[in-house]
Ligand binder design. Structure first.
Ligand code: 5GP
Ligand code: SF4
Ligand code: MG
Length: 457
């Protein structure tokens, strides 16, 4: 998911709309904005894309100097309007809206306790647990209530919380999901999942929020807390760099584009190929393909064209739609591929079904050899921290070797970057500050122990 917030600007909801537009790649299922005019929170949430949901009249109905927004793709809770965010409630302490990126790993257990205690949940979203804990807290101030609630949840959360008169931003202690602070020339503070949203509205990047930091902006004044807990080992999502974030963003302090290019260079070192040209599976493979080309000296060309009128196929939750999506989305350029030995670079293989279609498409266009190169290690484990990977049974690399996968996707060769190589590309060879669980099975947060040893049958 993607989150955006702004405080101290007369055009708060319009700017939030633009910010969400820039973050649309982080979720296409639903979107929403909640604004405050100092007294009253107002919300608009709907299924669909940002540009389709909001227009001048809906934005005019969201007045005030502060707003938060959310774009969602479902990881916890189904794809339905009731799960659209920001969640918005009225409780004894006033009004409150919350926008969440990430997944809580102990939400089910907390929800059970809360329900046993009489709580009535309105959504399936793990995020709602935070609101219930907040509303029940006996702490004197809003911030203390929020801190108490957050000390009980575990997992991934970058959060924006809006009340009548303040905006609170929080990043989980492991720093799993990104969140940055920016500032506009006129003085408004801005928060966003990725820097690309700041760039769009011409806000300057101030800094990334610290893991475990809670930041409050109230009456034009910003203050920041001590970390929520003793800082634990960082677990920044390495997959943000591989695929999820936009290449023009800077994530965890590094340019996503540069990191991806570095992945491609590393891949060329680890898995060279005898070939005439390097092409990317657009858009996700482009930067890595350019890196591969630069390192190997094999020219880069555009062998696949992507239609810009379909969304990210993986993210649409229905298998049937995903299946159908590939041809709608990509087509091969015959003139480029005919008679050529081609290196094809993509960011990941999940089920293998897309890759198989792409390889076949490239061969049908006349390529004589296809050497598939993947800028992440084999995806063998599901993510429990906010990326929608399928179950182990559906992950082709959980049950198949690289040679078997090569055969299935009909590639002449297949090479994945190593975990070490990926670590090097993100500037942390030991990977001591990153989560790599979907590749390594090393779940640092939550009790997924045993998962690593579990056989897939
Ligand atoms: P597959 O061959 O596994 O069916 O599809 C792989 C493609 O799915 C890659 O091109 C990758 O860019 C794309 N993809 C889209 N969203 C995701 C995601 O959330 N996770 C992963 N691992 N790949 C994704
Ligand atoms: Fe990111 Fe993978 Fe860790 Fe999930 S399991 S947080 S996708 S690195
Ligand atoms: Mg892709």
């Amino acid at each position: 998911c993607g989150i955006f917030g702004i405080v101290g600007h007369a055009e708060a909801s319009n700017l939030t709309y633009l910010g969400l537009h820039a973050l649309q790649h982080r979720g296409q299922e639903s979107a929403g904005i909640v604004s405050t005019d100092g007294n009253l929170l107002r919300a608009h949430r709907q299924m669909g894309l940002v540009a389709d949901i909001f227009d001048a009249p809906t934005l005019a109905n969201l007045p005030g100097q502060a707003a938060i927004g959310h774009v969602r793709y479902s990881t916890a809770g189904g794809s339905a309007l009731k799960n659209a965010q920001p969640l918005f409630v009225q409780y004894a302490g006033g009004q409150c809206a919350i926008a969440h990126n990430g997944n809580l790993v102990n939400a089910a257990e907390l929800k059970e306790q809360l329900e046993a205690d009489g709580a009535i949940f309105q959504s399936d979203a793990d995020t709602e647990v935070i609101l219930h804990l907040l509303a029940r807290s006996k702490q004197p101030t809003f911030e203390q209530k929020l801190v108490e609630a957050l000390r009980r949840v575990k997992g991934a959360y970058s959060l924006l919380v809006l009340t009548e008169n303040k905006l609170v931003a929080v990043r989980d202690p492991h720093g799993i999901r990104p969140l940055v602070l920016g500032r506009m020339k006129e003085g408004a503070y801005v928060l966003a999942s990725e820097t690309t949203a700041l760039d769009l509205i011409e806000a300057d990047l101030v800094r990334e929020l610290e893991p475990g930091e809670l930041l409050v902006i109230e009456n034009g004044v910003m203050r920041t807390s001590k970390p929520l807990v003793e800082p634990p080992r960082l677990a920044r999502c390495i997959f943000e760099h591989v695929y999820f974030a936009r290449p023009d963003s800077s994530v965890f302090g590094n340019s996503v584009y540069e990191v991806r290019k570095q992945m491609g260079r590393q891949l060329a070192i680890e898995h060279p190929a005898e070939a005439d040209l390097v092409i990317a599976v657009p858009d996700s493979g482009v930067a890595a393909a350019i890196g591969f080309s630069q390192q190997s000296g094999i020219p880069y060309d555009v062998g696949l064209i992507r239609s810009h009128y379909v969304g990210r196929t993986f993210i649409e939750p229905q298998q049937s739609i995903r299946h159908f999506g590939v041809k709608l989305k990509l087509s091969a350029v015959r003139q480029v591929l005919k008679g050529k030995r081609v290196v094809v670079v993509d960011d990941s293989i999940v089920r293998g079904t897309t890759s198989r279609k792409i390889v076949k498409m490239i061969k049908a266009a006349g390529a004589v050899e296809v050497h598939l190169r993947i800028s992440s290690p084999p995806t063998k484990w599901p993510c429990y921290y906010g990326i929608d990977t399928p179950s182990r049974q559906e992950l082709i690399a959980a049950t198949h070797t690289a040679e078997e996968i090569a055969k299935y996707v009909t590639a002449d060769s297949l090479g994945y970057i190593t975990l070490d190589g990926l670590g090097r590309a993100v500037g942390d060879p030991e990977r001591g500050s990153f989560c790599t669980a979907c590749f390594s099975g090393e779940y640092l947060i939550g009790d997924f122990g045993g998962a690593k040893d579990a056989e897939v049958t």
